[in-house]
Design a protein around this ligand. Structure first.
Ligand code: ADP
Ligand code: MG
Length: 352
């Protein structure tokens, strides 16, 4: 098992695109680490640079404390699963799974035993003789994972491995993957553009934008306290409310009212106020303390919860409430939040 240490890493393509642009990152031994960011932010390039499939233009990559920056891919001890699985169509499942071992000239008997065992671990029993074209999408995905695991790399790199599965299967595969990673204890870097997937799976998350890391933390930290408005916008299944405000002596003025705020920012400062719909409370009775008055515009059913949009002085604010407390459209309501849930971002830079 092994950690990954990345220092000052940049990957520049021949056309001049700095897809990875000066990046420091430490992935701990045995950690399930998610790299999250919008399409084109450099996730695949970073993964391929760790694997050695792209060469680093600047900086270093260490795996298990060994500098592998100039080491060829096959000698880095990494196993990678590609977004499109990259299975060999003319080989059966057993041959696909053990291909990396064949390249290393591992004996046929050992390969057969590895195929059998890995297929068992990945619920592929009975499919060893089939070709990829005779498998479902979920099975193909598990064959790709099986091949990576059978190669016995020190680290596992997964590039959006669930994105080609339909919604239902993706949830099943997610749970399966989490359990498998925990059982194997293998250091894993998981790339995704799906924030829910990253929050659900990872021990820690790095949020990337334009080849740079914008925030690194546990799912809880990144969800509760995004360090800038880019991360705030990107994380959360219901979008964070971001509204212009001005700091006052009693909190922050926004949307025609005042919200409590814990930050020590001088009065008069122009900010962007960030509050998650999950952290706002909605009441229909008398207003107590600071908050925002508004009128219910629309309510969307999210299952056990409803997302209620409230018009507060011309600004629409989302708040989640238990389904049975969903107020009717047109009803006057009062919104408030605990001071530590009201985040204040610099209006110019978007930073906390
Ligand atoms: P992601 O995986 O986050 O979608 P990529 O790593 O694929 O992002 O791409 C990052 C940036 O690098 C994008 O601007 C993309 O157009 C560019 N890029 C990716 N691959 C190449 C390549 N082979 N040559 C030139 N530019 C590339
Ligand atoms: Mg990609």
């Amino acid at each position: 098992m092994a950690g990954i240490d990345i220092e000052g890493l940049a990957t520049v393509y021949p056309n001049g695109v700095r897809a990875v642009d000066g990046l420091d990152l430490h992935v701990a031994d045995g950690e399930f680490f998610a790299l999250l960011g919008p399409s084109g932010c450099g996730k695949t390039t970073l993964l391929r640079t760790i694997a050695g499939l792209e060469s680093a233009s600047e900086g270093t990559v260490r795996i298990d404390s060994v500098d592998v920056t100039r080491t060829e891919p096959g000698k880095r001890g990494v196993a990678m699963v590609f977004q499109d699985y990259a299975l060999f169509p003319h080989m059966n499942v057993a041959e696909n799974i053990t291909y990396p071992l064949k390249v290393r000239r591992v004996a046929a008997a050992t390969r057969a035993e590895t195929a059998e065992r890995t297929a068992g671990e990945l619920s592929l029993n009975g499919l060893l003789e089939r070709r990829p074209g005779q498998l479902s999408g979920g099975q193909q995905q598990r064959v790709a994972l099986a091949r990576a695991i059978a190669s016995q790399g020190k680290v596992l790199l997964l590039d959006e491995p669930l994105s080609n599965l339909d919604a239902r299967l993706r949830l099943e595969a997610r749970t399966f993957l989490k359990k498998l990673q925990r059982d194997l204890g293998i250091t894993t870097v998981f790339v995704t553009h799906d924030q829910a997937e990253a929050l659900a799976l990872a021990d820690r998350i790095a949020v990337m934008e334009s080849g740079k890391l914008r925030q690194l933390g546990t799912p809880r930290e990144v969800f509760a306290r995004p360090v800038n408005t880019f991360v705030a916008n990107f994380i959360g299944s219901t979008p964070m409310n971001l509204l212009p405000g001005v700091v006052s002596s009693s909190g922050v003025s926004a949307a025609g009212g005042t919200l409590p705020a814990a930050a020590s920012i001088p009065s008069g400062a122009e900010v962007t106020v960030g509050i998650r719909p999950e952290y706002l409370t909605l009441s229909t009775g008398d207003a107590i303390g600071p908050g925002l008055r508004g009128t219910v515009v629309v309510a969307e059913n999210l299952g056990v919860q409803s997302l209620v949009s409230v018009d507060c002085d011309g600004t629409l604010i989302g708040v989640t409430v238990p389904e049975e407390q969903e107020p009717s459209v047109g009803k006057p309501v009062f919104l408030t939040a605990p001071p530590d849930r009201v985040l204040l971002y610099d209006r110019e830079s978007g930073e906390l």
